[in-house]
Write a new protein. Structure first.
Ligand code: G4P
Length: 555
């Protein structure tokens, strides 16, 4: 045996140990989350304040300012500028208190919630943000349902306590009764609006006094023990007594802050605060880090894959084309699920079996990019996508892994997409296929083969406008939309066979999705419920399971 060969196993073993301990440390220190909320609840404001604590931005306001001043990086982002809305979603990574936090940002506009649904598939935790005056709102309920499907831990932040709001007990009751989610307030408000004096930290039995942080500054909250004599000078007696009485009621109700229940998505820790005045954000972040789920094991064809599996694996949850029109680039957003990702590494593509070298992986921060050298479970990287990645694709090193993929969510508006110019058909077809693959819109087809125009199926009108805008600007085809007047779509469990079994169906239109599955379109919920009443054996779903191993129908 030569000297070098007798040394190499030891060297390899110690470098493997090193890599494994780096991986363990990275996984232990990583947390990621997405914020679910209704527009105007304060998502942008809370995001800014969180980034301020991470030192990721120097001044609160920078998230918006950057959005407004940003040089246009693509044609269709022009639409974002014109409308003053945020369509894209990216990732914001920051370090805080020895942890690396990934905030998976989601589009601000509800018409793009399909993108949000997919981003939630990559999140390990969700922060449910509510406006104290409004309580649960429609968009939050919808996004909550998506979290529930995956049992993601939910952390609730009740915002705008500096303004008059609903009774806190009522807000909790609404979450418990309507979302069937148990609550455990980590802090409890003393007064609200003009009379908001702060919160009682339930675990430490301390009062945190309300103060408005100076714009762009981290807040210096003052903590007082409940028996501190100064409290009587700083907080009106009746307000404190009311808060303490309510806390007593909660204690009597007997629920516990059970970490397992948080992690299974059955109990939400609740925090009261005011993002705008930067009150309660730091305590929220500290508690979140203690209680949040780390990078979780993910379901695959091979069972659950642990993030500590030494070999890299991850899945694509979002594609975005033409972020930079000068390069006509396409970026695939990949969530790292196991092992260490390294720049220039060669990986396998589960769907096609191809081997790929990932040479210019990017870290995304809002609209900014930087090349990344490595990434760990819970992180998101942007990969250059020359058309080979589709949503749900798995990349892996070592033994084959294929993650479960991302389901299709029920669209709510439907429109024929007409191409009035037959000579542009080639580009029309290319654009429609690419935009479907990217997930910009769902494509349905009439069951009558002679009506081959695609049906665009979207969650909001703006999503359709973006598709039209992009077809014109990126593929050079002018198109016409013809609304169909349906509002509800359901997939048929059991496929075409189940549909045949019930015979003719009324007051709905049968179409097929890109995987040839039957989809029923209804004008309203009433028609849907009517059909279900008439056929009790018919099972319909608002979410379509992932299809693997089958190529979708292209136009
Ligand atoms: P979004 O991203 O969820 O849509 O909400 P965003 O943060 O943009 O906040 C919506 C509005 O609510 C903003 O007011 C924001 O200042 C305000 N807001 C957010 N958090 C709080 C809070 O804790 N207390 C109070 N009182 N207001 C809050 P705006 O007038 O629409 O915009 P701006 O001029 O203040 O930026």
């Amino acid at each position: 045996m030569t000297a070098s060969s007798s040394q190499s196993p030891n060297t390899d073993a110690s470098s493997d140990d090193n890599l494994q301990s780096r991986l363990i440390k990275a996984v232990n220190n990583r947390r990621n989350f997405a914020i679910i909320s209704h527009p105007d609840a304060g998502k942008t404001t809370l995001t800014e304040k969180l980034l301020l604590y991470g030192g990721a931005i120097q001044q609160a306001g920078a998230v918006k300012a950057r959005g407004q001043q940003r040089k246009v990086t693509s044609d269709w982002m022009e639409l974002e500028k014109q409308r003053g809305i945020s369509i894209t979603s990216t990732v914001l990574q920051f370090d805080y208190s020895d942890n690396t936090i990934n905030l998976l940002d989601t589009p601000g506009h509800q018409d793009f919630s399909e993108d949000t649904y997919r981003t939630l598939a990559a999140a390990d935790n969700a922060v449910m943000l509510e406006d104290a005056a409004k309580g649960l709102e429609p968009q939050t309920r919808k996004l909550f349902e998506v979290c529930r499907m995956r049992s993601i831990p939910i952390f609730t932040f009740i915002n705008k306590m500096d303004r008059p709001g609903q009774e806190p007990l009522r807000l909790l009751d609404e979450i418990e009764s309507e979302l069937k989610l148990s609550t455990w307030p980590v802090n409890w408000p003393i007064g609200s609006g003009e009379l908001f004096r702060g919160v009682i930290d339930r675990r430490k039995k301390q009062v945190i006094l309300f103060s408005r942080a100076e714009r762009g500054k981290q807040s210096e909250e003052r903590h007082l023990s409940l028996d501190d004599p100064d409290i009587n000078k700083l907080v009106e007696r009746e307000l404190l007594e009311k808060a303490l009485e309510e806390l007593e009621l909660l204690d009597m109700a007997g629920s516990q802050l059970d970490q397992d229940l948080i992690h299974s998505g059955d109990l939400t820790p609740v925090f009261f605060g005011s993002a705008m005045t930067n009150f309660g954000v730091r305590p929220f972040l500290d508690a979140f880090l203690q209680m949040a789920h780390g990078p979780s094991a993910r379901s695959s064809s091979d069972g659950l894959i642990d993030p500590l599996r030494p070999e890299f694996s991850g899945f694509v949850f979002k594609l975005q084309a033409n972020m930079d029109p000068r390069h006509r680039d396409r970026v695939a957003f990949l969530r790292v699920c196991s092992g260490r990702f390294e720049k220039d590494m060669t990986v396998s593509h589960a769907r096609t079996g191809k081997t790929i070298k990932l040479s210019r992986p990017q870290k995304l921060f809002g609209q900014e990019r930087a090349v990344v050298d490595d990434a760990y479970p819970g992180d998101v990287i942007g990969l250059n996508n020359p058309g080979m990645f589709a949503i749900g694709d798995t990349l892996y090193a070592g033994n084959k892994v294929e993650y479960e993929g991302i389901p299709c969510f029920s669209p709510e508006i439907f429109s024929w997409l007409r191409n009035p110019n037959p000579s542009a058909f080639k580009n029309f077809r290319k654009g429609v296929n690419q935009l479907r693959e990217e997930g910009a819109v769902q494509i349905l087809y009439d069951t009558d083969e002679s009506k081959r125009d695609p049906i665009l199926a979207a969650v909001g009108q703006l999503q359709l406008e973006v598709v039209q805008h992009r077809l014109e600007n990126e593929y050079g085809v002018e198109t016409r939309l013809e609304p169909m007047g349906y509002q509800v779509a359901r997939w048929v469990d059991g496929g075409w066979k189940s549909l045949e079994n019930i015979g003719r169906v009324f007051n709905c239109k049968t179409v097929q999705d890109a995987w040839s599955r039957p989809v029923l379109l209804f004008k309203n919920d009433w028609n849907l419920n009517q059909l279900l009443e008439d056929h009790s054996d018919l099972k319909l779903s608002s979410v379509a399971p992932v299809v693997s191993g089958v190529e979708p129908i292209n136009l």
